[in-house]
Design a protein around this ligand. Structure first.
Ligand code: SIN
Ligand code: FE2
Length: 216
């Protein structure tokens, strides 16, 4: 299908104080990012993690960078080691770090230095329930979140779980950055609808860059 906007310049949409959507910001680099995902997953495969409560997450995950987000029976944690392989998580591909830096700068967070990148893979029906990203040691650093492939509905609320939600369709190449006053805002992804994307097939991928360790 002819997409008249395939080569459109990125544009910005304010989301909340400290938060912005950089529409299509990653689109021009999407195939290099996908190659990075495949490279990471060949060393640390996608897996469906089990929450401390014993629930198997519908989203498949892996990580790259010095630290990776994972679960065990006691809780959620960042670890330098992949519990599936007992080896360090693969390094962050250069194309990941460069994109993240450019997006953070565009969103007003030029000093952001991520040490962790969680890679989420959504198959049809996969979802991420409303949650806060709060396992990081220094909450002054923002979150940079990159969407690739099939579109999904992103919910973005406030500091309380029952605050009203904005619902926004995140499409291929969109980048959401949230920090400062909105760093702990609740967010989630509604169940992925079936579809086929030329680059990612029947999946959606999301890269979430974080500064997990306290650098001080
Ligand atoms: C997340 O909250 O970690 C991921 C959000 C997304 O998949 O867009
Ligand atoms: Fe999150």
């Amino acid at each position: 299908m002819l997409d008249l906007f395939a080569d459109a310049e990125p544009w910005q949409e304010p989301l909340a104080p400290g938060a912005v959507i950089l529409r299509r910001f990653a689109q021009a680099r999407a195939s290099a990012l996908m190659q990075g995902i495949e490279q990471v997953a060949s060393a640390s495969p996608f897996r469906q993690m089990v929450t401390p409560g014993g629930y198997t997450m519908s989203v498949a995950m892996t990580n790259c960078g010095g630290l990776g987000w994972t679960t065990n029976t006691r809780g959620y944690l960042y670890s330098p080691v992949d519990p599936l392989t007992d080896a360090h998580w693969p390094p962050m591909p250069d194309v990941f770090a460069a994109l993240c830096h450019d997006a953070a700068c565009a969103a007003g967070y030029p000093d952001f230095q991520p040490d962790a990148c969680l890679i989420n893979r959504y198959a049809v029906g996969a979802k991420l329930s409303l949650h806060q990203d709060k396992d990081e040691a220094d909450l002054r650093a923002p979150i940079v979140s990159v969407s690739l492939g099939l579109p999904a509905v992103f919910q973005f609320g406030g500091l309380r779980r029952n605050d009203p939600l904005q619902r926004l369709l995140l499409e291929h190449g969109d980048v959401v950055v949230w920090g400062g006053p909105s760093r702990l805002f609740y967010h989630g992804i509604q169940p992925l609808k079936p579809g086929v994307h030329p680059l990612t097939g029947d999946c959606r991928y999301n890269l979430t860059f974080r500064q997990a360790a306290n650098n001080e």
